[in-house]
Every structure is written in structure tokens, then in C-alpha cells.
Design a binder for this molecule. Structure first.
Ligand code: ADP
Length: 517
């Protein structure tokens, strides 16, 4: 057994390398720059921790979150490997003490946040020590095309200038080809080895459904069908996390809420209760989960639409890291998209706004699509994949009755056409349902021949029809989400093509309307 395999077994306790781990380890040992895209649970930490144990210096790990660093340091210390961090959560004295340890060569790993590189003192210390290589964790934060751009990461372009002979190993779970190229160019990686694992997580069974009312009944029936399993439920707000946790306790489950509004002591308690299996369920905002050290999470539920497919993929990736079958369930509604849009409009600088809206759109399209869920995710990350056939609701739902909605669709397309292809879904539905809203009257759309022609259908049924048209690309979304009719759409409008829709899609739309009104 060579050294590498011996360390894998004796120190990390694993029999075999997982896909790509050995190749990445070898490249790092050979002092090459690497850019590795491995799904959550793929075992990225091992890729950059193992080579250090074959080297004499210190490895500098740049990571975006203090909680992540703490978890990693604890895990390394538990293995008797000397690791520490320099961060804003420590006092100046503590950080000074750690710098002394660094200078004396006592640490195998030093974890730091990217902003540390703006400090000359810190860079000065690094210039005096023996660095094995730099690790950049969550490297997608470097790219403005990614979903979590962080300005401090941009600053890391100086690493190669300051340390031209030190290799960089960058890691992320999620990067489109565009983001991958952007990371490499921003970090000045030249001739780096790129490793990209397949996106598909074939131990995840995916289900997506429109949310009925507040979704609590749907959650209960999911939990009944997956009795005794442990998992995370992601909610949109802190309040919802609290109320859902309470609701689950009242229904006989062991659940606790976790969100940024809780004190560190309570958060630690919830985390420990979950990891040590005192409770089965954590109901959390997205604050929970990054770096969580629990490989047997069996389900992840989202009670509303995530911000992006990158976020979603990362969050569902927390299920089944041990490779066993796990279940992910997403509940969404059109109103989530509206709420998210407001968040994006309010919070993000204009440069990112369009990207944010496009990403949200892709997330919503994923929900309403009839295609294989795994394939949509893979395609989104520019990876190829066959239909999963057995691992998602769209592939396994069998023959659902199809309803011919061609006449309704013609009404919808006609309203888009007659209002000049300049308006979004909601406005078109207002025209069809004969709304008297101000914007509609200002444009004199109450004078159009299609005005009120669709009053027999609920708003949600029209949303389901619009979603279908966008899904099959009879309609495309232009600037400001204005609907544009494609060539296929024109054929449908002329009555040359039929449109069929799954009866359950319309059925669910009706049901939501009934429960809400
Ligand atoms: P990532 O950072 O890619 O999401 P982690 O590094 O946290 O993944 O690893 C996920 C889980 O897989 C951890 O519990 C880890 O101990 C385990 N793991 C990593 N490599 C191996 C391996 N070669 N064999 C078995 N388990 C592994």
C-alpha cells in the first residue's frame, strides 16, 4: 500500500477513494493548480486535506464562513492534525498567537476568510512561512456569474502575483462552464487541471409539487410516507421555520427550528441535537446546513421556491452524502416567485439584477416542467444526462390523462399578440379574466376583443397554461419578462398545433384556488 492509500485508511478511515479524489490528490501532490467541481457530499475536504499530510509545510485554506471553518478545524483536530484559524471572531491576541504558531511552523492547516488578504501583516507572515498550497473553498464566490458572488473573493486574484510559485486548489460544488472559466481567469490559474464530476446525484429521489395552501398537509403526508427518517425542511422565513417546527411537534415528530435570529448557544444545541440524533427534523432558513457534518440526512424538503438552481442543488445535496437513497421534495407557488423577485429588486445592485432574475426564472421553470428533473439540473450546469427514468416524479408518474387546452391557449396567445407582446403573464391573465386594474385600463386593454374571454377559468389555471406555453417554448420571455410568441406559438395560434396539458396540473391549480379562497 502506498502512502496515499495508507493515510486514506489509517487517518481518514476510508477504504477507497471516491470518484476524482485520487486524481485531485495526485495533482495537488504534483504541485499543479487544480479547479475541482464535485457535487455536495462528493468528498472535497479529503481532496485537499490528504495531500497536506504528505508535505512538510502549512496549507492555507480560504473559506467564506466562520462556521464552516470551525467544523473543519474540529474535524482535523479530532484526527490529531494541527489546524487553526485567523478570523474576525477571535480577539487580536488570539489571532496574534495563531500567527506565532504559523511562523514557528506548528500548523498543518490555517483557515482564513478571503478578506484577510487585504492585511499586509497577514500577507507578510505568509511570505515568511513554507506554504504547501492554497485551497479556495466555495470558489464559485469568485465569479459574478455564480450565485453567491463575494467581492472579497475577487481580491484573491493577487494570490498568484504575491505567490507565483505556490499552487492553488480551487473547489466548488456548483459551476456552469461559464463560471468555471471565470473562476480560472480571476484566480489567474494557468494550465490548471480541471476536474468536473457528473452533476447527477443518483441516490436522490426528486419530487416537486405546487404548494396547496400553506403546504403543511403535504409535508405531513410526505413524512408519513418516509417514517422514521431524519432530514431538513427549508422555509422562506424565520417565522415559518418556528411555526412549522411547532406544527410538527404537535403531530408527533421531533423537530426544532434553526435560523439566524437564534442565539449561538441555541443554534449549537439544535445542531448537536440533530447530529447526535436527539431530534429527527430541523426546520431552517438557509442559514442551516453549509458544512454540516452529518452524512445520513435522508430527506430535504423545501416549502417554497429556492432563489436559484445552484442553491437548490446545493441544499438537496445535503441529503444522502453517505450514498444511500434519500428523498427531496419541493413545494412551490407562483407567489414565491413574486416574493423572490421583490427581494432581488430590493437587495441586489443593478449589475447583478438581471442575472438574479434569470436564475430565478430558471428555478421556476424547473418546477413547472414535465421533463426529467435530474436532466434539467444537469443541463443547467451544462452537463449531459439521460432521463433518470426512476428517480424523479416526472419520469415515474406514468400515463397521466392529458387535457386538450388548445382553445384556451389560443385565447392566451391572442391576448399576448393583441397587447403587443410587451406584457408579462399576470397582465395577460388580467386581460383574459376581465380585470379592472389600473394598468390595464391605462393601456385601454379593456377594449381588446379578448378582454374577459377567459373569465371561466381561475387565475391559477391560467398560470398553469402560461407555464406550459413557456415550458414548450411557444412563448419566450423577453426583457422585463414580456411574453414573446415564437414560431411554434404562431402555429398554435393559427390552430395548426394542439396543446395538451397533464390533467393533474390543472387539477392542482383548481385545488389551490379553492383552498385559498
Ligand atoms: P463535500 O465538501 O464535497 O460536500 P465532504 O468533504 O464534507 O463533502 O464529504 C462528505 C462525506 O463523505 C463526509 O462524511 C466524508 O467523511 C465522506 N467521505 C469523503 N471521502 C470519502 C471516501 N473516500 N470514502 C467514504 N467516505 C468519504
Amino acid at each position: 500500500m502506498n502512502n496515499k492509500h495508507k493515510i486514506l485508511k489509517d487517518i481518514f478511515g476510508h477504504e477507497h477513494f471516491r470518484s476524482f479524489q485520487e486524481e485531485v490528490v495526485d495533482s495537488i501532490i504534483n504541485k499543479q493548480d487544480v479547479l475541482t467541481i464535485l457535487p455536495t457530499g462528493g468528498g472535497k475536504s479529503l481532496c485537499y486535506q490528504l495531500p497536506t499530510l504528505l508535505m512538510s509545510g502549512t496549507t492555507v485554506v480560504i473559506s467564506p464562513l466562520i462556521a464552516l471553518m470551525q467544523d473543519q478545524i474540529k474535524a482535523l483536530n479530532d484526527l490529531d492534525i494541527k489546524a487553526d484559524m485567523i478570523s474576525s471572531s477571535q480577539t487580536n491576541d488570539e489571532n496574534g498567537f495563531t500567527m506565532q504558531k504559523l511562523l514557528r511552523g506548528e500548523l498543518k492547516f490555517i483557515y482564513v476568510a478571503p478578506e484577510r488578504f487585504t492585511s499586509n501583516d497577514f500577507v507578510g507572515v505568509l511570505q515568511r512561512i513554507n506554504i504547501n498550497y492554497f485551497v479556495i473553498d466555495e470558489a464559485h464566490c469568485v465569479s459574478a456569474w455564480g450565485h453567491e458572488f463575494r467581492a472579497e473573493y475577487r481580491n484573491l486574484d493577487k494570490l498568484k502575483r504575491l505567490f507565483p510559485d505556490t499552487a492553488i486548489a480551487a473547489f466548488t460544488a456548483t459551476a456552469t462552464k461559464k463560471v468555471e472559466a471565470d473562476i480560472a481567469s480571476n484566480l489567474n490559474l494557468q494550465g490548471a487541471k480541471h476536474f468536473r464530476a457528473k452533476t447527477i446525484r443518483n441516490n436522490l429521489d426528486i419530487k416537486v409539487e405546487p404548494r396547496i395552501s400553506n403546504g403543511k398537509k403535504q409535508i405531513l403526508s410526505f413524512l408519513k410516507a418516509h417514517k422514521g427518517l431524519c432530514g431538513i425542511i427549508y422555509t422562506f422565513t424565520r417565522k415559518e421555520a418556528e411555526s412549522t417546527a411547532q406544527f410538527l411537534c404537535e403531530n408527533g415528530y421531533t423537530a426544532k427550528a434553526y435560523h439566524a435570529g437564534l442565539s449561538p448557544a441555541v443554534k449549537d444545541e439544535v445542531y448537536d441535537d440533530f447530529v447526535y440524533e436527539k431530534i429527527d427534523i430541523v426546520v431552517a432558513t438557509i442559514a442551516f446546513g453549509m458544512g454540516i457534518d452529518k452524512s445520513n440526512i435522508r430527506f430535504v424538503i423545501h416549502t417554497s421556491l429556492p432563489k436559484t438552481l445552484e442553491n437548490y442543488y446545493q441544499e438537496i445535496g445535503r441529503a444522502g452524502r453517505d450514498g444511500d437513497m434519500s428523498y427531496v421534495y419541493l413545494l412551490y407557488s407562483k407567489s414565491d416567485e413574486v416574493k423572490r423577485k421583490i427581494q432581488i429588486e430590493d437587495a441586489i445592485d443593478t449589475g447583478y439584477k438581471q442575472t438574479g432574475l434569470d436564475k430565478l426564472e430558471a428555478m421556476y421553470r424547473y418546477c413547472v416542467s414535465n421533463n426529467c428533473r435530474h436532466k434539467i439540473i444537469a443541463n443547467y450546469f451544462e452537463d449531459e444526462c439521460e432521463d433518470c427514468k426512476t428517480l424523479c416524479d416526472n419520469c415515474t408518474k406514468g400515463d397521466i390523462e392529458q387535457v386538450d387546452v388548445s382553445i384556451d391557449v389560443q385565447k392566451f396567445l391572442s391576448a399576448v399578440y393583441r397587447s403587443g407582446q410587451r406584457f408579462g403573464v399576470n397582465h395577460i391573465i388580467d386581460i383574459l379574466r376581465g380585470s379592472k386594474n389600473q394598468k390595464l385600463l391605462e393601456f385601454a386593454h379593456d377594449k381588446l376583443s379578448v378582454y374577459g374571454l377567459g373569465a371561466d377559468k381561475s387565475k391559477n389555471e391560467w398560470v398553469a397554461i402560461a407555464d406550459k406555453l413557456i415550458d414548450i417554448q411557444a412563448l419566450n420571455l423577453g426583457e422585463f419578462r414580456a411574453l414573446k410568441i415564437s414560431t411554434l406559438g404562431m402555429e398554435i395560434l393559427k390552430g395548426n398545433e394542439k396543446v395538451l396539458i397533464d390533467s393533474d396540473k390543472l387539477g392542482i391549480a383548481q385545488k389551490i384556488e379553492e383552498e385559498v379562497t
